[in-house]
Design a protein around this ligand. Structure first.
Ligand code: 4AD
Ligand code: MG
Length: 462
């Protein structure tokens, strides 16, 4: 018989039909009436399935009475209305096959409470808990929602490389990729490591962003997006930074900053709606156990327009707020998380798009504004997480871009292909990057970003 997933079974309105289910035991209780209740979970939904195992089963004493949390079983039986409270249906077992036992003393996810810090040391098991199962399902739904959103709008999904030889953000926070012997690398006459002898014949790294390649495809195909892993060797031990995270980067030809901001707004609202529509059970769990008020907030934000403010106005409102910040705000500063959150949580009480940042604190590729001080940049800020999106209109004027790169001390020769896009049929274009884990964090209310990716990579954590 083919196995039915518990999520599907619980929605089945038939009674008395034969079913086969399989999963991991969460609890077992033995009743004096000659049967045991075995709660199993198979990850298809948050809820467990209650299985009634009668003492008359041939392996009742030898096996069923030895079932402990973590053991795996396959059950055949009938779907029945449940007499007990707490669940509408249960499966009355005719056969319980033990697939794998679980020694009670060793299983770390037994009955005792276990906190998220400890679970981070058990990434291979934590998906079996309610919280991490729910995170995985929400993450999946959001990923599908990303593709659906862009597909419906005619954006092409482009796979940009993970290994690269250019630093997109120009911040030098890259992990090196090499096959040279770290103990004895070949050296050139001046004593420096000779990367011409390395695997790629030059220095290579893991990408911090697919944007530069994304721009090339947008400047041929119109609207594109990337969705892939990105890497930052930034020594940030915060609850919103990872060394390996997933980023979604749309790029649109023939678009300006305003259209970029509109796309970002539509995109986020779409994702809030998708998760509300498809993950009700999991969101209710997060609302009850992790962050009270989460559901109501998502519902509100799925409909509300975002605030809009320029960087200059935002700094003025921070300065005038009378609030004591750890870092006192001033024009020209890189906004800290505390400033971002204050703007989203207190000033706008919801998402806000901040535009036109000082040139000096933003990447070389952003389009220079006419004021000579700011660039056509935007960040989207959310309550709790702060910056979730960073984007800009790109500098499409060759001379202006070259001048900016020289000013930043960059080697123009390494960016030949990027400059070619401005040399041959340059067009206005714009895009942004959304940090996927920050989105999952926001939608689940999970406090630490390390708890919304299956295997978190962070300083000293691999
Ligand atoms: O603002 P960032 O650095 O922008 C870019 O990389 C551009 N190339 C995007 C573009 O215009 N195509 O990063 C974009 C987003 C941030 O807003 C944040 O949500 C997320 O990526 N992010 C991180 N998420 C987790 N851990 C980190 N260390 C992150 N760094 C950035
Ligand atoms: Mg940014």
């Amino acid at each position: 018989m083919k196995r039915t997933k518990i999520g599907e079974l619980l929605a089945d309105e038939r009674r008395g039909v034969q079913m086969k289910v399989a999963g991991w035991v969460r609890t077992r209780r033995d009743s004096k009436g000659g049967f045991s209740f075995v709660e199993i979970n198979d990850g298809s939904c948050l809820a467990n399935l209650q299985v009634i195992a009668p003492a008359a089963l041939p392996n009742y004493e030898a096996e069923i009475l030895k079932l402990h949390p973590g053991a795996s079983v396959a059950v055949e039986g009938t779907l029945e209305a449940s007499l007990g409270g707490g669940q509408a249906v249960e499966v009355k077992a005719q056969k319980v096959k033990v697939l794998g036992f679980s020694p009670p003393v060793e299983y770390p996810l037994g009955k005792q409470k276990i906190n998220f810090d400890r679970l981070r040391e058990l990434p291979h098991l934590r998906a079996r808990t309610n919280s991490f199962g729910a995170v995985a399902r929400v993450r999946n739904t959001l990923a599908q929602g990303v593709h659906q959103f862009f597909h419906d709008r005619g954006f092409l999904y482009v796979h940009t490389p993970i290994i690269t030889s250019s630093d997109c953000e120009g911040a030098g926070e890259m992990f090196q990729v090499t096959t040279l012997d770290p103990e004895a690398p070949p050296r050139s006459k001046d004593g420096r490591v000779d990367y011409t002898q390395d695997f790629f014949g030059r220095r290579a790294s893991l990408t911090v962003s697919g944007q530069l390649e994304g721009e090339a495809y947008a400047c041929a195909l119109g609207d594109i997006y990337t969705f892939g892993p990105t890497f930052r060797a930034e020594n940030s031990n915060t609850r919103r930074h990872l060394s390996e995270f997933w980023m979604i980067e749309p790029e649109m030809a023939f678009a300006d900053l305003n259209e970029d901001a509109e796309l970002a707004e539509d995109f986020l609202r779409h994702l809030f709606k998708v998760v509300l529509e498809q993950c009700g059970e999991d969101l209710r769990f997060f609302d009850q156990r992790i962050q009270p008020g989460l559901l109501a907030r998502l519902e509100r934000l799925a409909e509300a327009p975002f605030g809009r403010v320029t960087y200059t106005e935002a700094v003025q409102s921070l300065e005038a707020s009378g609030q004591t910040f750890e870092f006192a705000p001033f024009w020209g500063m890189d906004m800290q998380s505390e400033h971002e959150r204050y703007l989203a949580e207190e000033v706008f009480k919801g998402p806000v798009v901040v535009t036109d940042y000082p040139e000096a604190i933003k990447a070389f590729y952003m389009r220079r504004n006419a004021d000579g001080k700011t660039v056509a940049a935007m960040d989207v800020l959310l309550p709790e997480v702060g910056e979730i999106i960073g984007g800009s209109q790109r500098e499409e004027r060759l001379e202006v871009l070259e001048a900016a790169m020289r000013k930043g001390g960059m080697n123009l020769e390494e960016y030949g292909p990027y400059l070619d896009l401005r040399r041959y049929g340059s067009v206005p274009h714009a895009g942004f990057g959304l940090g996927f884990e920050r989105l999952v964090q926001f939608c689940t209310g999970m406090r630490n970003i390390r708890d919304v990716i299956p295997y978190p990579r962070a300083p000293r954590m691999c």
